[in-house]
Design a binder for this molecule. Structure first.
Ligand code: DMJ
Length: 673
């Protein structure tokens, strides 16, 4: 039957394997023909030459692929829809916050809530921005809370289980986490210098939201009370004789004006919040609300007004949640922007905040390197809060430009930069003191602020610390104190500004954030030196500048002081570093050293009628020669760091959540993406 049917169908078709024609075969008479019509005809001919079986197989394959295509299109569509919905939800959450327009999170992460937790807990919820005005009032030790824990952890058993899970997760995460390598040195981003058990201990605290809300405030100790008393005394002088002006002149019971913007009051706002001085804070707030006006025909220094005013307003906004401070921050931020309109985009030093004009100092078109590279934390934060990228763009551009500049010496930068050419000037002089100091500090702190992702900043920081080790470190005689000197055209000078004493704290902060462990060793050595700059002096207070002895001489100490350098301006740097060192090591000697310094400030700089004064001669205990000026940073920085140094509450400005600007104003660390 089959053969008959086959015979009726004509000559049997032979199955064959198709052969691809080479060019020769494809070339017909008249040469190469690749026309569409020819190609279509040739395909059809080939199709016809296929056996039925082959055609069926091919058709089946096509049908199968088409079905698969339809199925995957539908499921991708679902996934796409849910992604789109999610981002819409996120946008909605952001838009619901009154007075706060948030930026695109891919560019600028959402604001960090003061008590939000990052890193330690398994479920990181979408960040909520600060609460509306006046929701977090009251003594700071009650207000600045430990991280909120997972609401489901209601029992102690749950908490213990969570701890175990976290320890496991932590182990896995540690091995998975990207390891940054810098010039062969391995940097583990999460390596911590905190006592090893501290992370776990923190988790062992009650974990439920209810328990959290009932968390007993850590009681204020005697030394902290002494700081509060000192602050109140300083504030009394300011209030009685200088209210609303820039600085108190405590002896003449008057004031001095620099920008005419109530500098001391603004610098002190977040200190009052942290110290829990509610009444004083409210009084100062009223002044900000009714009397602080930036629409003034006045020249201000870009750097000083950024770190003290913009920084102070931003941190007070974060701590208090009061939008008044954000509004004021936006106002001053906008008024400072003309400084960046220069041929090189390296900002001018001065801005007229009323006229919107900016200019360099009268005698030069140079700006100071530390100044143009130490406004970044504040402007970046302002962009994040307002959603307006212009602030961040302007300051990031400065950093990117400086990153590429020649004229550095193993990462160390000169002190001046020209606003026309954008090049370093006065090459060959390198210091960690005045005019360069906070360049180094802000490299590290911007890297931390941005979630440790901006590698150029880290690279510049690490290179600079290597430069410090190579060119500027020496040891003094007789005590062999490690100090940071200066280099001028190849000549080493054993001179060290008190300003350099920010460095041990910054190094310790870097080590806490996973940078090389030898940074911590160096920090320990340098803080000892900074302490000796106080301890070896007659009043127990450091002069502005010291020179170290490089050769042992009978009857000579490590520290020598020149007559022109023996003043003390109530500066914070050593106390600042003591605070970091205590936070990261728990070594009580740092608290004791700070306590000695506070007592000496009280002994030699306290003015009975109110206020503290800078002095002219730290070597003369019987007459330290008061200068009749209380700098705003004494309240903004020195007393704040004292209070934090004496505290045993690591959640009182937790260093994994906040980064201090160079005027001691804490700003939130952005959420890692
Ligand atoms: C402050 O204004 C800042 O700390 C700045 O970085 C350096 N000078 C003073 C304090 O000494």
């Amino acid at each position: 039957m089959y053969s008959g049917a086959a015979a009726a169908a004509g000559p049997p078709r032979r199955d064959f394997i198709s052969v691809t024609l080479g060019p020769e075969e494809a070339v017909g008479v008249g040469g190469y023909n690749n026309s569409k019509a020819w190609r279509r005809r040739s395909c059809w001919r080939k199709w016809k030459q296929l056996s039925r079986l082959q055609r069926s197989v091919i058709l089946f394959l096509f049908a199968f692929l088409a079905v698969c295509g339809v199925i995957s299109y539908t499921s991708m569509g679902e996934a796409w829809k849910s992604i789109t919905n999610k981002s819409l939800d996120e946008q909605r959450t952001e838009q619901e916050i009154p007075g706060l327009k948030l930026s695109n999170p891919a560019v600028l992460p959402a604001p960090q809530k003061a008590d939000a937790n990052h890193g330690d807990y398994p479920e990181l919820s979408l960040q909520k921005p600060p609460k509306p005005p006046h929701v977090r009032r009251g003594p700071s030790n009650l207000q600045i809370k430990a991280p909120r824990r997972d609401a489901r952890l209601n029992t102690r058993h749950d908490a213990i289980r969570a701890v175990e899970e976290l320890v496991e997760a932590d182990k896995v995460e540690k091995t998975e986490k990207s390891i940054i390598s810098w010039r062969g040195a391995v940097i583990e981003p999460d390596q911590s210098t905190e006592p090893p058990s501290s992370k776990i201990k923190e988790l062992e605290k009650p974990s439920s939201v209810e328990a959290e809300d009932q968390k007993e405030p850590v009681p204020i100790n005697e030394r902290q009370l002494a700081v509060i008393e000192a602050f109140r005394h300083a504030w009394k002088g300011y209030k009685d004789f200088a209210w609303g002006h820039d600085e108190l002149k405590p002896l003449s019971k008057s004031y001095s004006e620099w920008f005419g913007l109530g500098l001391t009051l603004i610098d002190a706002l977040d200190t009052m919040w942290i110290l829990g001085l509610k009444e004083e804070f409210e009084e100062a707030r009223k002044w900000v609300a009714s009397d602080l006006v930036f629409d003034k025909n006045v020249d201000v220094n870009l750097f000083e007004s950024t770190i003290r005013i913009l920084g102070g307003l931003l941190s007070t906004y974060h701590l208090s949640g009061d939008s008044l401070f954000l509004e004021k921050a936006k106002d001053i931020g906008n008024r400072l922007m003309p400084a960046f309109k220069t041929p090189s985009k390296i900002p001018y030093s001065d801005v007229n905040i009323g006229r919107g004009t900016a200019h360099p100092p009268r005698w030069t078109s140079d700006s100071t390197v530390a100044e143009v590279t130490s406004v970044q934390l504040e402007f970046r934060e302002l962009s994040r809060l307002t959603g307006d990228e212009k602030f961040q763009k302007a300051v990031d551009e400065v950093m990117k430009h400086v990153h590429t500049l020649s004229g550095k010496n193993d990462g160390l930068v000169p002190m001046f930069i020209n606003t026309n050419s954008g090049q370093f000037t006065h090459l060959g002089v390198y210091t960690l003191g005045a005019r360069a100091d906070s360049y180094y500090e802000y490299l590290l702190k911007q890297w931390i602020q941005g979630g440790k992702k901006e590698n150029e900043l880290l690279e510049d920081y690490m290179r600079a610390i290597e430069g410090v080790k190579k060119h500027l470190l020496q040891r003094s005689e007789p005590k062999k104190l490690t100090f940071v000197g200066e280099l001028a055209h190849g000549h080493f000078s054993a001179k060290m500004d008190h300003l350099v004493c920010f460095l041990p704290g910054t190094l310790a902060l870097g080590a806490h954030n996973g940078l090389a462990a030898d940074h911590m060793k160096l920090a320990e050595a340098l803080i000892e030196t900074c302490y000796q700059m106080y301890a070896q002096v007659e009043t127990g207070l450091s002069p502005e500048i010291v020179h170290f002895n490089l050769r042992a001489q009978k009857g000579h100490k490590d520290v020598e002081i020149k007559p022109a350098d023996r003043h003390n301006l109530l500066r914070p740097e050593t106390v600042e570093s003591l605070f970091y060192m205590y936070r990261f090591t728990g070594d009580k000697k740092y608290q004791d050293w700070g306590w000695e310094i506070l007592q000496n400030f009280n002994r030699y700089t306290r003015v009975p009628t109110g206020g503290y004064t800078s002095i002219n001669n730290v070597q003369n205990p019987s007459n330290p020669e008061p200068r009749d000026k209380m700098e705003s940073f004494f309240l903004g920085e020195t007393l704040k760091y004292m209070f934090l140094l004496f505290s045993d509450d690591i959640d009182l400005i937790n260093l994994d959540k906040y980064v201090f600007n160079t005027e001691a104003h804490p700003l939130p660390i952005w959420v890692p993406a």
